[in-house]
Design a protein around this ligand. Structure first.
Ligand code: NAD
Length: 251
């Protein structure tokens, strides 16, 4: 479904990013994985085929480093077909009265500024048929007490996606957001472990499962498959949309 497509995945050595890279490569794509640590990237790509895979250390919140990873993909493969803005951090979790004054800054820097810069510098190298996917969350569709930075940033990504979709439709570049529910990985476990004390010591993971109609967390591969739909021509008339993959959590 992605034969010879050039795909850039930020947060590429993380759980969802790497699952997506693996699936995209299986589908014929060339993939550049972008993340903060070369050691983590090396270990992430260790069991991927070396042909058609590259890595780049970059902080998505930094202009020069964003330009560098875009340049790397373009120098190597001549263009970008798919940009998956997936890098993420969870930020502080806690009540509003004690929430740090600068608690939003680092989270916005990664999710909002990072996605904005990635799009700004990748778009000039994208052609008709291109696809941008912004990995938001169910946290972008509703509030959660104490998750102020993350929820607000994930909502903000939708505004970016919608505005870009309208501008870039004329170039036939599609822009959509993806909204995973709770995933069975370290990122979500950290959020749930931090959230449990706010519930008076209850088990946030068990509570979450009880709130998901399918009764379980998702797997990274299930999000990768949703990303594949948005990346490929299977979604050729889909732009400005929000694809939810959450086991019915927000139904
Ligand atoms: N895990 C979940 O339950 C869940 C649910 C909904 C949405 N998401 C979103 O999915 C995306 C991927 O998360 P994940 O679950 O794979 O977690 P993860 O921690 O495994 O992956 C996130 C990756 O982003 C990288 N990253 C963080 N800051 C960066 C920066 N400034 N520049 C470049 N890379 C940076 C991290 O190093 C990490 O490898 C995130 O945007 C997250 O908000 C996750």
């Amino acid at each position: 479904m992605l034969q010879d497509k050039v795909c850039v995945i930020t947060g590429g050595s993380g759980s969802i990013g790497l699952a997506t890279a693996r699936l995209f490569i299986e589908q014929g794509a060339k993939v550049l994985l972008v993340d903060l640590s070369q050691a983590a990237l090396d270990s992430a790509v260790a069991d991927l085929p070396s042909d058609g895979v590259a890595t780049c250390v970059a902080d998505v919140g930094d202009v020069a480093q964003t330009r560098a990873f875009v340049d790397q993909a373009v120098t190597r493969w001549g263009r970008i077909d798919v940009l998956f803005c997936n890098a993420g951090n969870s930020g502080v979790i806690g009540g509003i009265e004690d929430y740090p004054d600068d608690g939003l800054d680092n989270v916005f820097r990664v999710h909002v500024r990072g996605a904005f810069l990635g799009c700004k510098y990748a778009v000039p190298h994208m052609n008709a048929g291109g696809s941008i996917i912004i990995n938001s969350s169910v946290a972008g569709l509703g509030g959660s007490p104490g998750i102020y930075a993350y929820c607000t940033a994930k909502h903000a990504q939708i505004g970016l996606m919608r505005s870009l979709a309208k501008e870039l439709a004329a170039k036939r570049i599609r822009v959509n957001s993806l909204h995973p529910g709770p995933i069975d990985n370290a990122f979500q476990t950290h959020i749930e472990d931090s959230f449990s004390p706010l519930m008076g010591g209850g088990d946030a993971t068990a509570l979450m499962n009880s709130m998901i109609p399918m009764g379980r967390h998702g797997q990274p591969l299930e999000i990768a498959k949703a990303a594949l739909f948005l990346a490929s021509d299977m979604s050729s008339f889909t732009t400005g949309s929000m694809l939810v993959a959450d086991g019915g959590f927000t139904a």
